[in-house]
Design a protein around this ligand. Structure first.
Ligand SMILES: NC(=O)c1ccc[n+]([C@@H]2O[C@H](COP(=O)([O-])OP(=O)(O)OC[C@H]3O[C@@H](n4cnc5c(N)ncnc54)[C@H](OP(=O)(O)O)[C@@H]3O)[C@@H](O)[C@H]2O)c1
Length: 322
């Protein structure tokens, strides 16, 4: 699968290296709004062709798939345009601004007969597969409650899209995507959400939410930009709980780990290996069915939308995603 890349931001640098190191995948072209930036990025990342604008990438015969690494408000427009140009789509998270846009991306890809995934790489780690098995095979007993916290503290660059509501800024879309998605990966579709946010200059800086699922399963999720980096989760059952301190992206200096704490107070530690990003890319480039990932993305989008709505209304919002 030969990729064309839209956008030259921070995540592009990282993901291009993952694309280039995935077997049978290459990056043939990069597009930027700015010709100089395109040329600089092409040279820096070892991409042979660099062009001004994004349209040309979509039209190119040496591009099979498009990686959309733009601010969230531009995802739907460019994912749909890529699909309509007959290209497979890898879209950065959050998939879109709201559930209607996410459904439109899914529909455009179905209509065009192309494959799509959102770049929520942790879902593709072998550790995540094991975590889900421990829920389905009875290891943790009956799932009762999920806790997730994801945050980072970083001075933002001037003009960062995370601080601009018009570009899809705010921690709920940006990090709530991981937090809600983590609960959904364990428990399926949530039915209701209630959330509260703290705003700075009209942008959500911190969010705490409760999610309710069928079968009396609940989740508390937290995300924000004003605490040090956290990316931990607990999936708690009546027999044991699984705990992970870096579920969204393993800490760089140690193997990805997870702990099972059982009722007797015993603790098992498990370590994993492998690159979640390369797994994600290989999945898109394969013939494997992607429906479960589409469902996960659409549920996550609807949940984040309900969290945003609840933080504005103060009400418990019903989540309608299927
Ligand atoms: N999967 C992950 O772990 C991960 C991590 C970080 C971010 N992300 C996601 O990746 C996406 C991009 O994030 P990023 O941190 O790479 O952002 P960024 O550094 O701000 O880069 C975004 C790029 O989009 C292009 N762009 C087009 N229109 C723009 C506009 N109106 N304002 C700003 N940029 C615009 C720019 O490239 P040109 O001007 O050169 O075209 C810019 O470099 C977001 O959806 C974010 O949530 C994912």
């Amino acid at each position: 699968m030969r990729f064309g890349v839209l956008g030259t931001g921070r995540i592009t640098r990282r993901l291009v290296a993952d694309l280039q190191s995935t077997p049978d995948v290459s990056v043939t072209m990069i597009g930027s709004r700015d010709a100089t930036r395109a040329a600089w990025s092409g040279a820096e990342y070892g991409i042979a062709r660099a062009v001004a604008g994004y349209e040309q990438v979509l039209r190119d015969s040496e591009v099979d798939a498009v990686y959309v690494a733009l601010p969230p408000s531009l995802h739907a427009q460019w994912c749909i345009a890529a699909a309509q140009a007959g290209k497979h789509v890898l879209c950065e998270k959050p998939l879109a601004i709201d559930h209607a846009e996410a459904v439109a991306i899914d529909q455009a890809c179905r209509d065009a007969g192309v494959r799509w995934l959102d770049a929520t790489a942790w879902l593709h780690h072998e550790r995540t597969t094991r975590l889900r098995e421990w829920v389905s095979d009875g290891t943790i007993g009956k799932l009762r409650h999920i806790s997730v916290a994801i945050s980072f503290f970083e001075p933002f660059q001037h003009g960062d899209h995370r601080l601009d509501p018009r570009l899809g800024g705010g921690c709920v879309l940006d990090l709530g995507w991981y937090a809600a998605g983590c609960a959904i990966a364990a428990a399926g579709a949530p039915r209701r959400a209630q959330a509260t946010t703290l705003l700075r200059d009209g942008v959500a800086f911190r969010c705490t939410a409760i999610l309710w699922f069928d079968g009396d399963v609940t989740a508390t999720v937290h995300c924000g930009y004003d605490t040090a980096t956290r990316k931990w989760m607990e999936w708690a059952g009546d027999q044991a709980s699984v705990v992970c301190d870096d579920f969204s992206r393993p800490w760089p200096d140690r193997p990805p780990r997870v702990w099972i704490h059982n009722r007797a107070g015993e603790v098992q530690s498990h370590a994993f290996s492998g690159s979640q990003e390369r797994n994600l890319i290989a999945k898109l480039a394969s013939d494997e069915p992607l429906e479960s990932f589409h469902l996960q993305a659409l549920r996550t989008q609807a949940t984040v939308e309900a969290m945003i709505a609840s933080s504005q209304t103060g009400a418990v919002e019903t989540i309608r995603c299927e």
